[in-house]
Design a protein around this ligand. Sequence first.
Ligand code: NDP
Ligand code: MG
Length: 387
Amino acid sequence: MINIAILGSTGSIGTQTLEIVDSNPDIQVMGLAAGNNVDLLEQQIRKYRPRLAAVWSEKAWHDLQMRVADLPIRVVCGMEGLLEIATMEETDILVTAIVGMIGIRPTIAAIEAGKNIALANKETLVTAGHLIMPLAKEKGVSILPVDSEHSAIFQSLKTENAEQIEKILLTASGGPFRGKKREELASIQVEDALKHPNWSMGQKITIDSSTLVNKGLEVIEAKWLFEAELEQIQVVVHPQSIIHSMVQFKDGGILAQMGMPDMKLPIQYALTYPKRRPMGGKRVDFYELGQLTFEKPDTETFRGLKLAYEAAHIGGSMPTVYNAANEKAVSLFLERKISYLQITELILEAMNNHKVIANPTVEEILRTQTESEELLCSLVGSGINKG
Ligand code: NDP
Ligand code: MG
């Protein structure tokens, strides 16, 4: 039996993880956590019968408790609830499919409790990788990547020695605005940015994919996961999203992992690793596909990618500022309070205003997040940054 708990079970990765549970009878769900989507969480509880469920707000907690009063389940809430789900005694793997830096504390708590982590929540590694990776090593737990690119790198590395890596070739679809120039992006509306050409994902990561900030976060994620130097990580735009990433070795040989753009494979691989299990679904048809193409990313138009390299080079608390400013800017954009181009302008502004802390603790990371959010609100409120 593989016992799992999921943080973010009602989201895109969370629901696809439960589809994997449906087709693997030996995977059992012990705990589920969501934000406030009580309707879907109730359905999931009735189907998967976890022992513990968590929601974010007290209102959702009261609501869910009443709804599942007939079942032998305990309902918890808030950060304490997430921490309980993360550290449940009977679980082997915690799937971190929650969105944003809120995942930091539960992820660290799970590692401390000896749980392996199937990691989708990249924001946690981007901001706290310097704490998480050594802790995982110390506790002997595995961080199994769910992000498709990182799963591809992980799969490509399986037969090789990590010291033999020359370069990581991180592929990017280029998002819905590939080929456009900066002036053309000024009028982009929320609806335009939410249309991703190849992947169906949660709102925040869909916006991040369109700005290439997602790729920036993934560069930093790869740096931590594979102990790579930033200079070794090259982003390659590959619009078909068939090659999910590649590793080039010191002899010049390259291994790539390919497949249809479907998150279920990386999720299943993370849950059943080191076993590769059968899975249904559409296969790549190279006759139909015809060609795979590659381009250099346009970092003048998509400044978010360049800023990620800068933040990672500076290190310390700067990746936190990059990520926290982006999280806040994306939510302001989704609320239609700022324009599309302001997202990256505000990240830059937040980075320029920050005094770096070299080796931030969790408290310092969370304080830096709050400060970055406050700065963004004041910039937007005072109209300094009208994009
Ligand atoms: P979604 O927005 O679809 O889902 C987010 C999940 O987190 C929901 O279940 C949501 O609950 C829950 N959540 C949000 N806030 C809280 C909170 N305060 N407490 C408890 N639960 C909360 O996101 P995705 O599934 O798209 O992404 C999740 C993570 O995976 C992100 O870090 C993303 O970058 C990463 N990722 C996603 C990919 C994808 O294909 N979607 C691919 C690779 C990585 P509720 O529904 O109740 O709001
Ligand atoms: Mg990805």
